[in-house]
Design a protein around this ligand. Structure first.
Ligand code: ADP
Ligand code: ZN
Ligand code: ZN
Length: 742
């Protein structure tokens, strides 16, 4: 008797193990390892999806209890043996269920869409005589047949519009065995590569050439250490990636390119399409389930060999995988902290590398400190590109905003930045103003008693939005009318403090009433495609000044932008996260890199109240290594990653007392099982934002050098806890080295 070993698609830990199902006679030979199947489950025998991970001829349970597979979902395997291995690895690494791993690896099943085509019936031996008969008479059938005589496969709908006929002549020809009807799958979500002109590759610079040669050596060798490409913005990393992809494709292998969603612009995609044509497919978060499924299917069928997409594209089912490129590798978006499994695309790529022997390339102008540390300690290969292709880096000025105050300049812009903006407007060149905070004023308070308006549902201050003239909470979305008198003391002196992008926009228009201004932040990009529209308009020169949050920081290449103003560079320094210096360095460098990307020289003004801070000084000098050296010393002294791992246990719920009590219990358990004080523990403490939408948030942080040990320890302690108290009303969030502190 043959049995299929099946993992059920229900993400519940209690049933996250294998089940045996009998393969019925009618499915003998067609059920294969890696197939998606429908099986009856539970007492009600509800039909649910499962994956066949193995086929055996014995089962060590009572055979009479074994049920039968009901049907197969697809005729082919949707998950290869190596990817079943990947799922097993993910389950351990990300303390999650098989089923949620499979959900990443295989997209949701969507019915295929197909359309009818007709073609000459080559199986008919007497076709010539039949054709001759039809061609002898001047009929609709003759006209249809003439179009098909060269043997092409043509959609029925095309024939009907082309010749203005209905189905009857077509059906008649099919009846005579001259034509056959076929159903061809229509792929949803294809990128229309016909519209992109093919461009010849440029001649590489010496630096690029050296980088490409080193990459080729690694691609061709068995040394599968990941490669970190550290190259300043505009140093031509993308061109280097494309040469590496060419190499891999010429070996009959495939390539995955990961980019942050925000850089997944038409511009980026077109560069790849213009080189690799219809071998390229693109995914992004705005695809429908059908589009995603079809693009994934094309990869499985080997119809494409390059996939570009965000984090989830790392799971593209290429079985001859040659290279995975992760551009802007420092971006937080490569880690899914809010969804299960909380996987990191960089770690998945490394695991795929050991399964498939593919090369992993991480690229960035501002590598994450952790990745650069790995390159320094020999875990990664390092390739550096120190010069821009066009050989000019922008001139960067740091403006000490404290001095502006002394000079009685209370504007959000320093005098220098104002003058530079005026000059740029005169020259007809474009300016980008960056402020990583949306809205108009960041807090609203009473000048008499100091009362600060804050959201009733959250421990968060309201932000004033002038456009809608309301106060709104950026965490729960609640918004209220602006109170005319102070709710606490009744005074009329309500004042607005701090500036957001909306205020910057207004200030610009006050200073330069004729300037054409675009603003890009979460408030102006709510509609579908508004993001693309704003960027396109700016590229086409429909505006002089683009104001935006970090949405505009990355990957954009505007040739006419010669001035960048970073309005408040130290905003990200005061967040209280151990990575705030790293984030500040990255953000300032990325934004500054938007200036002077073509043949025109760029100028950058960095406005700050902490001009002496090393993240700002080194970003202004374009000195990543200088920054890295200070930062790595700080991390070492403070025992922060990469020298340790941080495990955050967050409990959230509506009853604050219950959460605190439960975390205190967990803390006791952790103390009890902390042999040799291997684990440092911090808390319980309230989270940075201690209440969102009336849900309270408390946490414990555990630190330990060894990743496996810390994971096992935390899971062990939580298991003990769940045996002591009910966790039914508490949501427990587990975050290993979260990309930001919540
Ligand atoms: P990065 O990805 O490092 O920011 P890009 O690959 O976007 O840099 O290159 C910056 C610009 O230089 C792009 O417009 C690109 O087309 C151009 N470029 C890259 N390599 C070359 C080259 N060898 N010769 C001429 N132009 C190049
Ligand atoms: Zn008051
Ligand atoms: Zn709120």
């Amino acid at each position: 008797m043959e049995y299929a070993v099946v993992i059920i698609s229900i993400g519940h830990r209690n049933i996250d193990h294998i089940f045996h199902y009998r393969i019925p006679d009618r499915l003998k030979g067609s059920v294969k390892k890696g197939m998606r199947v429908m099986v009856p489950f539970g007492r009600g025998n509800r039909l649910i999806e499962g994956y066949v991970t193995d086929i055996t001829d014995s089962a060590d349970i009572d055979v009479s209890l074994i049920k039968e597979i009901s049907d197969i979902c697809e005729e082919y395997s949707v998950i290869s043996p190596k990817r079943i291995e990947l799922a097993k690895w993910m389950k351990e690494k990300y303390y999650t269920t098989f089923s949620s791993c499979f959900q990443c690896i295989v997209p949701k099943r969507v019915n295929e869409k197909s359309f009818a085509c007709i073609q000459l019936n080559t199986a008919n031996e007497n076709i010539s005589e039949a054709i001759e008969k039809v061609l002898n008479k001047d009929t609709k059938q003759k006209r249809v047949l003439e179009v098909l005589l060269n043997g092409d496969e043509i959609p029925v709908s095309h024939i009907k519009t082309l010749l203005d006929v209905d189905d009857s002549p077509i059906n008649a020809l099919i009846k005579k065995n001259i034509l056959v009807r076929k159903y061809v799958q229509e792929y949803r979500g294809n990128f229309n590569s016909a519209l992109v002109e093919k461009t010849p590759p440029p001649v590489l610079t010496d630096e690029q050439k050296a980088a490409v040669e080193k990459l080729f050596d690694i691609i061709d060798s068995d040394n599968k250490k990941p490669v970190l490409i550290h190259g300043v913005t505009g140093s031509g990393k993308t061109e280097v990636y494309m040469r590496a992809i060419e190499r891999v494709l010429s070996q009959g292998r495939e390539a995955i390119v990961l980019v942050p969603e925000i850089s997944l612009t038409q511009q980026t995609v077109e560069r790849f399409v213009s080189r690799f044509g219809n071998k390229v497919a693109v995914t992004h978060s705005r695809l429908s389930d059908g589009e995603r499924y079809d693009q994934w299917t094309r990869a499985l069928r080997k119809e494409i060999s390059v996939m570009i997409g965000p984090r989830s594209a790392v799971f593209t089912p290429f079985e001859n995988l040659g290279i995975i490129i992760i551009d802007e590798e420092h971006e937080a978006t490569y880690k899914s902290d809010q969804l299960s499994p909380k996987y990191d695309a960089r770690e998945i790529a490394e695991e795929l590398s050991s399964l498939y022997g593919c090369t992993v390339v991480l690229g960035s102008a501002t590598p994450s400190v952790t990745s650069y540390y790995k390159a320094q300690t020999g875990k990664y290969e390092l390739i550096e590109l120190n010069n821009r292709v066009n050989n000019t880096l922008p001139v960067i000025h740091i403006t000490d905003m404290r001095k502006e105050l002394v000079r009685k300049n209370f504007s959000v812009f320093s005098t220098d930045l104002q003058n530079a903006m005026a000059r740029n407007l005169e020259k007809g060149e474009q300016t980008i103003l960056f402020l990583n905070r949306r809205g108009y004023s960041t807090f609203v308070s009473c000048r008499k008693c100091g009362y600060v308006m804050s959201c009733d549902n959250c421990n968060v201050n309201y932000t004033y939005h002038k456009g809608i003239n309301r106060l709104s909470c950026h965490y729960c979305g609640k918004s209220i009318n602006v109170p005319e008198i102070c709710p606490q003391c009744g005074s009329k002196y309500i004042k607005y403090f701090g500036a957001g992008t909306e205020k910057i926009e207004q200030e610009v228009l006050k200073l330069f009433p004729k300037a054409r201004v675009l603003r890009m932040d979460m408030d102006t990009t709510k509609r579908k495609n508004s993001h693309q529209t704003i960027l396109e308009d700016f590229r086409k020169g429909k505006a002089d000044i683009l104001i935006g949050t970090q949405m505009i920081a990355k990957g954009l290449d505007f040739p006419n932008v010669t001035l960048v103003g970073i309005v408040a560079a130290d905003l990200s320094l005061n967040i209280g996260d151990y990575r705030s210096a790293e984030n500040t360095y990255q953000l300032v460098s990325q934004v500054a890199g938007r200036a002077g990307r073509a043949d025109k020289e760029g100028t950058v003004y960095i406005q700050t109240y902490s001009p002496e801070h090393y993240s700002i000084r080194f970003a202004a000098d374009n000195n990543y290594k200088g920054f890295y050296n200070e930062e790595i010393t700080f991390r070492n002294n403070m025992d922060y990653p990469p020298f340790t791992n941080i495990f955050l246990v967050m409990m959230t719920g509506e009853n604050e007392y219950e959460i605190r009590r439960t975390l205190a219990l967990l803390s006791d358990i952790m103390k009890r099982y902390n042999k040799n004080n291997m684990f440092a523990r911090l808390g319980p403490t309230p989270a940075v934002i201690s209440r969102i939408n009336n849900v309270y948030r408390w946490q414990i942080i555990v630190k330990c050098e060894n990743e496996d040990k810390i994971r096992n320890y935390v899971l062990f302690c939580l298991d003990k806890l769940s045996k002591q108290v009910s966790l039914d009303n508490i949501n427990v969030g587990l975050y290993l080295n979260p990309s930001y502190i919540f």
